[in-house]
Every structure is written in structure tokens, then in C-alpha cells.
Design a protein around this ligand. Sequence first.
Ligand code: SF4
Ligand code: SF4
Length: 446
Amino acid sequence: MKKLSFKKGIMPKDGLDFVHQRKFLREAILEVCAPREVTIPMKQHIGTACDPVVSVGDEVAMGDLIGVPADMFGVPVHASISGTVTQISTIRLPNKVSCKAVTIKNDLRRRVSNSIQPRKNASQLSLRELTKLLWTSGICGMGGEGEPTYTKCMRAVKREVDTLLVNCTQSEPFLACDLHHIRVDANKVLQGAMALSGICRVKQVIFCIEDTWVDEIEAINKAVEETRSRYLDRKISVQLFKTRFPQGCQQLLIKALYGVELPLGTEMEEKVKAVLFNASTCFAFSEMIEKNQPLTSRIVTISGDTITGHNVLVPIGTSVSEILERVPGAHTAQRIVWGGAMTGVAINRLDVPIIKTTTAVTIIRKFEPPRMNCIHCGACVHACPVNLTPNLLNRLIELGKQDQLPAESVEQCIACGACSYVCPAGIELSTNIAKAAYRARRSARQ
Ligand code: SF4
Ligand code: SF4
């Protein structure tokens, strides 16, 4: 099978630990975290925030509804543990979202909402029933910005897309949360993807995965073969991609698959008639279909430069500090990142909660500040997958020449971190450029 890819980016031969560390991570025993309390934000996705529907003193069970969205651009929020609501406050997340949050003290009794029950007719649900389940599931994209999955499906129907892509290309170093689901729960990932494909009314489903992940490819292929006869109206296939960072980015996936550019702000559904869902998102929907289990927890990869790391099943709202209590030596870290090493946000407070889109907590023990000025080696230019000139952009930002940034297409930065990774001078290019890109996109919208 032809393996697809894009130009530039970073490959394993460039010294990035793409494979060995993550092979260990995905195979490590999945730990389960039972936090003392959780603080659950009412906005964990792009779209509308929820309003809390509980009050201080209320008793809740895991899976109980605690926040409802004002419109279809939000997703409901559910209690991730059982216990007592102790506080409703306003918090600010590292991604700069400010919203209300509900704090629940764990009663350690693991009480589960009455609505969560194994569903006897899971395989016979109508399209209408599946769509209703999706709306109530609280699911948003679990690999990116977190677009409400229901909203995305409705847009796909409106745009008459014909293809559903399942993003199994977890290309970021130190990340293995999706890989765990693909390897261990391929049937569930497939079940969720096929249900979403029905809602989106597509004719074909393509599982996109990097060639490194032999076990995962085998698991997905096996699941496809076992399931194919149930979906004769849809073509199902597995497409391999070369292992290259950041292959998982939707712009680069589309470039590799269809050979077309997808500038930021362009609707994929309109441009290539395809809709993309992350593997963990598909898994989450299968849990809703089988057990009426809304999205209340997720796998988070805990890893870093000098720790062996592992995947942990974390109730949404658990603080980073509670997770790190179980990581030996984490308190000596020079840098904690909320997310992956390349695309996450460095945090200086550990009371930050895990939300539905948090793929990882990355512990950097050997963070080194810039070692020298730019030596004009051009490595960042060769690495940038969207053909920007990171050294020039960073220089313009340092000189305060914001007005010259649009001419250099700063708004197209996908915040992948590749430029910072390859820079021999240790300059944090991506942080500066991604911030400028965010500002440029915001002012273009106004
Ligand atoms: S400029 Fe942006 S898109 Fe290009 S490598 Fe750096 S972070 Fe990635
Ligand atoms: S990689 Fe670093 S040192 Fe090399 S050109 Fe880019 S900014 Fe300068």
C-alpha cells in the first residue's frame, strides 16, 4: 500500500524519539486515578459555555448532568466522580478560557448515575436515536481544539460530505493516549466511527494511521474485516501514512490524502467533502452507545524527557497536581506542560484541571533557556510543515513589527512546535509565533 505523507516536518531520523518511548508508553498498564476532588470547567471545547445546574451542597453521582449548554454549539457537562458539590467558581484555564467550574469532593463510594446501564439493543439503534445520544453524550473532539462532535456532524450533513476520516495518527512525541485505544479497543473505535459515519451520512470511512504502529494497524484491520459485512453500504479502508511529525494535524492529513492546501479557517467539509474525528472521540461515542456513558474521563499520557511515563485514566476535572503526586520526582521538574511536549501549554500552577481535550501532562526536567542568538542555520524553515519562515517571524515579533507579520502569513501557524524543537539555539519560536498567529486570526475575524 502506498504510504502518504507531507513535505517538511520532523522524521524519526532527525533524532526525535517517535517510536521507542511511545511504544513503551502505549503498552504500560493503564492506571486509574481516583482524585480527592475535581474541578470541572463549564467550557472545555470551542463553542458555547454551559450553565451549572447544580448548587453547593448537592450530592451527585458519576455521570449526572451538572452543566447544560445554551445552544447547539456547546456540549453538556457531567459529574466525573461521585460526591458533594463544594464550590462553583470562575476559573481561567491555560488556554486562556475563563468560565464557571463546579468543584466536587470525592465521597470515594464510586456511585454511578442511574442512567448509565448496558444497552441491550446497542447494535439496532436508529439514526435518530444515535443522533440524540450524541447530543447528550457531552463529547467534543478529544485530539484538538475540542469542537462539539454533534455540531461537527450537523455541519457534515449540511455540506453533504461523502467521507469520514478517523485520525489514528498520533504523531506527537511522548503521546500515546489514542494509541492505547486503537491497540486495546479497536472494535470500539470502529463502532464509534461507524455510528458517526451513519449520522454524517457518508459513503466511505478511512482509518488514517502511521506505518510505525504495526500492532495498531493489525488491530484496526482485524476490526474492519470483522465488521465489514454489517456495513455493506459504506466502503471501509485503512490508509497508512509515513511516520512524520506533525502528521496528525488536520491540514497535513488533508494535504497528504487529497493533495490540497487547507488554509486555517477553511472548512474541510466544504473543501474536500470529508469530516475528521479523532480515535479517542470515536471510542467515547461507543461508550455512550453501549452503556449510555457520557464523556466523564479520558486517558492522559503522563510522560517527559527523563521519566518512563504511562497512560492514566483520569476523571475530567482532576488537577495536574493530584496526577503528579504519583509520578516519582515530578516536583523537581523545571517545566510542566498541560498537553504534549510540542503543542501543549507550559503551566506554573498545578491546580489546573484535566479537561476533555487534555491529551497529556508532560514533565520536562531539563528545560534549557535559549543558549544563543539565531545563527541563521535555516533548520526552522526546513522543519515548518506549512512553509512559514519561523526565524524571520520571530525576529519581526521581537522588533515589534506586528504590521509586517500578515505579509509573512503568520496566521497560518498551526502551533506544532517543530521549529522550536529543531532550533540549535534553543529559541522558543513556536510560542511567540503561535501567539502572534492567534492575534492575527482574531483581528481578521473582527
Ligand atoms: S512556525 Fe508554526 S507551523 Fe511552522 S514549525 Fe513553527 S510552530 Fe509549526
Ligand atoms: S533554527 Fe534557530 S538558529 Fe536556526 S535559523 Fe531558525 S531560529 Fe535561527
